[in-house]
Design a protein around this ligand. Structure first.
Ligand SMILES: [Ca+2]
Ligand SMILES: [Ca+2]
Ligand SMILES: [Ca+2]
Ligand SMILES: [Ca+2]
Length: 514
């Protein structure tokens, strides 16, 4: 066959005054770029080329556009002239009587976002929890803080703290002075600048030593922190569940609650500090004996809408350890690579969900990586998912975050036989609600289209502060905002005000694109 670099002659019908559009694709302009929306996803339009389907392959045409490719089924790829806008070009093609339909070309993907971290391969837990799909929606916002209450977190690790890249996922307390040597906690100004009771707590706090060096000497907390939010897609090390995308992800607040063993008398104080210093998620991978001070602190966290996640324990036991057994805590057991409960993983009545916890690869001391097993490393996966959910919608309550995680678990597991129906679905005493699914959980709080529409006779009256979040578009019609309320419309796509949208004096509305 001849190479088709020939010029195709197209005829414009001069009396084609009607603004007919012969495309059925949903094309919009987002952030100045043309996008095709399909199946809840946006694809970049290839603005160099438009395809037409001809009504009759043998017809002749009299206006010249450059043909790039033509096939025997009647589809012709035509190069857009550089001096013509895409709209004009499509309009011109649509008007042509010989053209049956006009098709935008777009750039797709070979798959979901797969980060470039060199240690990604052993991180088998990421595909199991649907992380790659979740990351098409969010990779984690630096506005969300996860407190790591553990053996200390080595913030000198280059995949957590500052490395050769120019960012870090360690939370830096803006109320404190910057240490003269950012790697030496003794070089602060010695003043509790933000008056929170902790002197120079710029990078967390060590409740065991009562100092501002939150690093500790045991690998455990560093390992946990990496699972939540190691810097993702920085060409280096591993990918955290909520570690950003070659830029800041969810922020880690390191609170050491015991060097070689957790100390129960400091845990309550660390919980309270985490809440008061802005954490939205508290991550626990420890067990201690039941105590009223910790119970009260957990209730304080719940009352302040902070999500608490805790490992179920590694005692081969049919009862979940404490504080994971507290009903307000999301209790996380461990599964192996066959999606079975890990033999060591505590289960029973207070278990809520499971996540991979055998041979998990993460950050450890001395800027290295290693593999380890335990429910300790399943829980931070769930903390990471909670942080992703809050990254999409920070206004959710702790209970809403929990519901999203629990109600969307994968139950297609060899050992999942229904033993009970609970508020968030079917539940099994070995596997809880099932293996967490990051993508499904985010979808649950961020639907692709939100129709916020009343009717002419019964409009929706907004009288208290309200936020609507969509991973696609929000359509608004017959809505009234009054009584000083604020309505926030937070969409990844478009906010379409269709008609009859009334914001009364003293009330507000705001559109956010996330
Ligand atoms: Ca302070
Ligand atoms: Ca200070
Ligand atoms: Ca990394
Ligand atoms: Ca205490």
């Amino acid at each position: 066959m001849k190479k088709l670099s020939l010029l195709l002659l197209l005829c414009v019908s001069l009396n084609g005054m009607s603004q007919i559009s012969k495309t059925t694709q949903d094309v919009t302009k987002l952030d100045g770029r043309y996008k095709i929306r399909y199946n809840e996803r946006y694809f970049d339009v290839d603005t160099t080329t438009v395809t037409v389907k001809l009504k009759d392959l043998k017809a002749s045409y009299n206006i010249e556009y450059k043909v790039l490719r033509q096939n025997k089924l009647g589809f012709v790829d035509i190069q857009k002239p550089t001096d013509m806008s895409l709209e004009k070009f499509v309009e011109s093609l649509s008007k042509n009587e010989m053209v049956e339909s006009v098709i935008y070309s777009s750039y797709g993907e070979y798959g979901d976002f797969i980060p470039n971290d060199t240690g990604l391969n052993p991180q088998w837990h990421l595909p199991v929890i649907n992380a790659y799909k979740a990351w098409n929606i969010t990779t984690g916002s630096p506005n969300i803080i996860v407190a790591i209450l553990d053996s200390g977190t080595d913030w000198t690790h280059s995949d957590l703290g500052l490395g050769s890249d120019t960012y870090q996922n360690i939370y830096l307390n803006p109320g404190e002075d910057i240490w003269i040597n950012p790697n030496n906690p003794t070089t602060g100004n010695g003043i509790d600048d933000d008056n929170n009771g902790y002197i120079d707590d710029w990078k967390g706090w060590n409740f065991a030593t009562n100092t501002n060096d939150s690093r500790g000497t045991y690998y455990h907390g560093t390992f946990v922190a990496g699972i939540v939010s190691a810097k993702t897609n920085n060409n280096h090390g591993i990918a955290g569940v909520a570690g950003g995308k070659n830029g800041e992800g969810v922020k880690l607040l390191p609170y050491c609650v015991g060097l070689s063993a957790p100390i129960s008398s400091v845990i309550d104080d660390a919980i309270i500090a985490a809440v008061d210093n802005g954490a939205k998620v508290i991550q626990f991978s420890l067990t201690v004996s039941y105590s009223n001070d910790i119970e009260t602190a957990i209730q304080y966290a719940i009352n302040n809408n902070v999500v608490i996640v805790c490992a179920s324990g590694n005692n081969y036991s049919s009862s979940v350890s404490y504080p994971s057994s507290n009903v307000n805590v999301i209790s996380v057991g461990a599964t192996d690579s066959n999606n079975n409960r890990a033999s060591f993983s505590n289960y029973g009545n207070n278990l809520d969900v499971v996540a991979p916890g055998v041979d998990i690869y993460s950050t450890t001391l001395n800027n290295t990586y290693d593999t380890s097993s335990g429910t300790s490393f399943a829980a931070p996966i769930v903390s990471g998912i909670a942080a992703l959910i809050l990254s999409v919608n920070p206004n959710l309550t702790a209970q809403q975050v929990r519901n999203a995680i629990e109600s969307t678990c994968n139950k297609n597991l060899p050992g999942f036989t229904v033993t009970q129906t609970r508020p968030n679905g079917t539940w099994n005493d070995q596997l809880g609600y099932g293996i967490v699914d990051a993508y499904a959980a985010i979808q649950a709080v961020c639907p692709p289209i939100v129709n916020f529409t009343g009717t002419a006779t019964t409009p929706i009256i907004v009288t208290s502060n309200t936020t609507k979040v969509s991973c696609g578009d929000i359509n608004v019609q017959y809505v009234k905002v009054q009584n000083g309320a604020k309505l926030i419309l937070d969409a990844a796509g478009e906010v379409n005000i269709i008609s009859d949208f009334d914001v009364q004096l003293g009330s507000e509305f705001e559109i956010i694109h996330h």
